[in-house]
Design a protein around this ligand. Sequence first.
Ligand code: COA
Length: 379
Amino acid sequence: MSTPKESSAATAGLRGVVAAQSSIGDVNGDEGILIYQGYNIHDLAENSTFEETVFLLWNGRLPKSGELEDLRKQFQANYEAPKEVLEFMKHFPKDADPMDVLRTAVSALDFYDKDGHGTDRETALKTAIKLTGQLPALVAAWERIRNSKDVVAPDDSLSIAENFLYMLRGEKPDADEARMFDVCLILHADHELNASTFTTRVISGTLADVYGAVTGGIAALAGPLHGGANTNVMKTLLEIDSPDKVEAWLDKALEEKRKIMGIGHAVYKTEDPRATWLRKFSKQMGERTGTMKWYEMSEKIEKLMLEKKGMYPNVDFYSASTYYLMGIPLDLYTPIFAISRISGWTGHILEQYSNNKLIRPRAEYIGERDLKYAAIDQR
Ligand code: COA
């Protein structure tokens, strides 16, 4: 006898369905509260660093100073991507999307890590450290390769945030910009069972290795309804081009039932707490560069969407103008999301391995039954 099934009609998109127990992060959508391992995101954004936040996500507690130093050293020892993978990337078409490049390159990293296949905590943690160290190098290298520039070797005296900006541009960021970017990485690190994290849990639940699970996570993150939204926010701002055109543009877009990128959220019904920080950074970057128009346009869209639709900005809304004013190309916004979210993905993968149960839900069959096979010339 087969197991009874409940109708999925009421849970399209699995909204509100609890699919795992986790102590990594929690989203309170009604009150706009995000916590990582018990710590409020605002507290971490104010006081922590990305490296420390990663330790927290993986270990369930804040590190002592020796432990943090040790983790930093392990990341720094893995800042360089294998030369074979960099060489492989040089053969990719120059117009390849950076998320597709990242997905393929991460999958290829697996070939050069002979010890990276275990699902025991020690092995999986080592792989998580390697991937967190190497992802920024892959993203920055692709930007250099596609522009026919030499790849910039990492500087292992720098933090992950500083080093990424350095490898991307060949120049070290100043302290303010580095701190802003570091906080951006903290804010994107985890978000409970979002689509890409769920993907990594489904893959690791089969006891596939960390590289496979992360490759799947990158594929899911690339979608425009998930991580791909930040690039589309900037495309929208560029399309509108000026604060005085916002209202007419928005009215027309809503009339045409277009979705406004960076607005709305599957869980938050109030302000996304990450947007609170990114709004501040967008303004700060506007002031630093003397270009306030992107911030002003964003503010206007935010206000009008609240008035007209009762909807709030999500994490992608203000990160777009923040990154734009940092001079980062539009199609790298989602890969930047990945170089942060790798920490949450691997945290969830470690948690999945530690108490694994194959994830295998049922589908409600709504097709026909008892059809009789007809020969091809009789259909
Ligand atoms: N702009 C305009 N209308 C929107 C909207 C947006 N960004 N997001 C949702 N809506 C509307 C839908 O059109 C729908 O209206 P209807 O009931 O009249 O058909 C209603 O709100 C519910 O939308 P739905 O897509 O079912 O809600 P959801 O909870 O599944 O959506 C998102 C969550 C994030 C997928 C959705 O808000 C969206 O597509 N946002 C833009 C993409 C984005 O920023 N993604 C990043 C998320 S972090």
